[in-house]
Design a protein around this ligand. Structure first.
Ligand SMILES: Nc1ncnc2c1ncn2[C@@H]1O[C@H](COP(=O)(O)OP(=O)(O)OP(=O)(O)O)[C@@H](O)[C@H]1O
Length: 228
């Protein structure tokens, strides 16, 4: 379980995200929804320690992450798939996956189950990352984050720029993974959120303004905020 209390994060002198409280439970998909510029990516960068941030509590199960540098947060069990995927275009699929192993010294080998989840990666192991389609790159980025067997998987807009059939596949993978870990997803594609999430938080101008179970949240308010 990822527990966040009073997280603030920003750039330079200013804060973008203010006193954010969020829990991502094992066995659930938790979604942070918000329109462009709401502060979703900033929240995730704060959780990862990639930008200036502070929190009263930032805990993964019993481990306090709040004072750790980014690499230690990853080693402690966070798998992070950044916006834009950030795979290495000139490296093969195999080597991209091996890079993921370096986030955790206890992991020596890419687990086989990843190739059952993403058969296309097995087929393209020797292909360069940059030669994959956007959807295949997203699958590679997710697989790379999973090689270390994280306790929480964090995904930043996994549907961005991806065709509907692959979005569907990614949704199925996420649903399959949630029994093993907590999953936190940042999204603004509401249909996808409503398909896969268990619990939702709505972010507006760096503040959580609404939260609730997927089936109980006020969808009209969410749509209004997303300007849908
Ligand atoms: N590197 C940066 N330096 C300064 N300000 C930034 C930086 N990155 C983002 N911001 C600002 O922080 C605010 C929130 O941006 P953020 O990327 O977190 O939003 P978002 O909800 O993820 O939006 P999007 O869906 O467009 O990715 C915006 O006003 C943005 O201009």
């Amino acid at each position: 379980m990822l527990t966040i209390e009073d997280l603030s994060a920003g750039y330079g002198e200013g804060t973008v995200v203010n006193n954010l409280n969020l829990i991502a439970n094992q066995g659930q998909v938790t979604c942070l929804i918000g329109r462009n510029g709401a502060g979703k990516t900033t929240t995730l960068r704060g959780i990862m320690g990639l930008i200036k941030s502070s929190a009263d509590t930032l805990r993964l199960d019993e481990t306090d992450l709040s004072k750790m540098p980014t690499y230690r947060r990853a080693q402690s069990g966070i798998g992070y798939v950044p916006q834009g995927r950030e795979i290495f275009p000139n490296m093969t699929v195999r080597d991209n996956l091996r890079i993921g192993l370096e986030a955790n010294e206890n992991s020596q080998q890419v687990p086989d189950y990843l190739f059952t989840l993403f058969p296309i990666l097995k087929q393209f192991l020797d292909r360069k990352g940059g030669d994959l389609s956007g959807g295949q790159q997203q699958q590679l980025a997710i697989a790379r984050a999973l090689v270390t067997d994280p306790k929480v998987l964090i995904l930043d807009e996994p549907t961005e720029g991806i065709q509907p059939s692959v979005i569907q596949e990614i949704g199925e993978v996420i649903t399959e993974l949630k029994s093993k870990m907590a999953i936190l997803i940042v999204e603004q594609y509401l249909e996808f959120v409503m398909q896969i999430s268990d619990y939702c938080y709505l972010l507006e101008n760096g503040n959580i303004t609404l939260e609730g179970l997927r089936n109980e949240i006020d969808l009209e308010q969410v749509k209004h905020t997303l300007a849908l």
